[in-house]
Design a protein around this ligand. Structure first.
Ligand code: GDP
Length: 333
């Protein structure tokens, strides 16, 4: 009887120990779960003085590996695969391969760097120095970074001595107006807004009238994020633009804000927005959280739109004019 009792007690001890161990493990994993979304958050701002967004992607090393010792049939196919996987997009990939083939021999990474810079063309900043009111319409899907980009742009324009006004024409998203009000206060820009749910075109009309009266230099118009697949919402955006013009404003620039992490889906978004409002330039945000900069080439080649700025963080100084050479260096680093 006694040995049986010892065995039973030992079994109970083992079971208790196992329960304790598993409970602790379970506890650990359950405290880890809420932290998971952090991986989807954009990374903190790039250190100041960085070349303007996009972490090194390792593309250079992959290009060299695909190339091997000499460019043959396999090397070209391998290179095509590497570029497509880096979000460069089919059209820009085909163009880059054709350009490299035409170049003949040389270091593949050096050649690619030169051709990327050639495809991107020179830096093309927004020209806001003409006399009179410049209106910048800012469009894009929800969460792409429109409001933040407007805040950063306002900060930089005010620093340059411009009189800046912000129109809160995103009357749909809860807290969009408040978010813009914070940026207006931070940057020293004037804010024009109405109650939530108001007609965005009416806000834009008021903003143009007031900006003209106050001799404002630049009016930045925030718009509601919308799914690019929702036709009536896209038409509403076109109406905002028409009303701005009716109020006597000249839309100098329609900036499409794209999240650099959306890859080829960003290209589909851009097409729909371009159809509705004639986009004139792109701001790529969250490039601090992305090593996949190939999308820049797809935007340039497939949409024929200049990249005006890149967002490199959430702070007022985290917007940089797009620099093609610095971009190519970082992409291939
Ligand atoms: P909207 O809905 O298009 O107006 O987007 P918001 O301006 O509200 O931005 C959505 C989120 O992205 C916010 O948390 C911003 O702080 C963040 N964000 C915007 N631009 C950048 C950027 O360049 N880098 C990083 N890391 N975050 C950004």
């Amino acid at each position: 009887m006694a040995p049986l009792l010892v065995v039973a007690v030992a079994l109970v001890v083992v079971v208790v120990l196992l329960v304790v161990v598993f409970t602790r493990r379970g506890g650990r994993s359950s405290t880890a779960t809420p932290a998971a979304p952090r991986t989807t958050r954009a990374a903190p701002a790039a250190p100041s003085g960085s070349a303007g967004g996009f972490g090194p992607s390792g593309l250079g090393a992959r290009v060299r590996a695909a190339w091997g010792s000499s460019p043959n049939g396999d090397a070209w196919a391998g290179l095509e695969d590497v570029l497509l996987k880096a979000d460069v997009g089919p059209q820009a990939t085909a163009d880059l391969i054709a350009r490299l083939r035409a170049r003949g021999g040389g270091d593949p990474v050096d050649l690619l760097r030169e051709e990327i810079v050639a495809v991107l063309g020179p830096e093309r900043p927004v020209d806001l120095d003409a006399p009179g009111l410049d209106v910048i319409l800012v469009v894009g899907v929800n969460g792409s970074g429109k409001t933040t980009t407007i805040g950063k742009l306002a900060s930089s324009l005010v620093r340059d001595g411009k009189r800046v006004s912000l129109a809160a024409a995103d009357t749909f998203r809860a807290a969009a107006g408040e978010q813009l009000a914070v940026w207006a206060q931070r940057s020293g820009a004037q804010l024009v807004s109405q109650d939530r749910g108001a007609d965005p075109s009416a806000v834009a009309f008021d903003a143009v009238t007031s900006a003209t009266a106050r001799q404002v230099d630049v009016l930045l118009v925030d718009t509601a994020g919308r799914l690019h697949t929702k036709e009536p919402l896209m038409q509403e955006l076109a109406k905002v633009k028409r009303v701005i013009e009716k109020a006597g404003g000249v839309v100098t620039e329609t900036l499409l804000v794209l999240d650099a992490q959306t890859g080829q889906n960003g290209i589909a978004q851009a097409r729909a927005f371009t159809d509705a409002v004639d986009v004139t330039g792109v701001v790529l945000t969250k490039t601090d959280g992305s090593a996949r900069g190939g999308m820049v080439l797809a935007v340039r080649e497939e949409l024929d739109l200049p990249i005006r700025y890149v967002g490199v963080g959430e702070g007022p100084d985290d917007l940089r004019p797009f620099d093609p050479a610095a971009f190519a260096d970082r992409l291939l680093a």
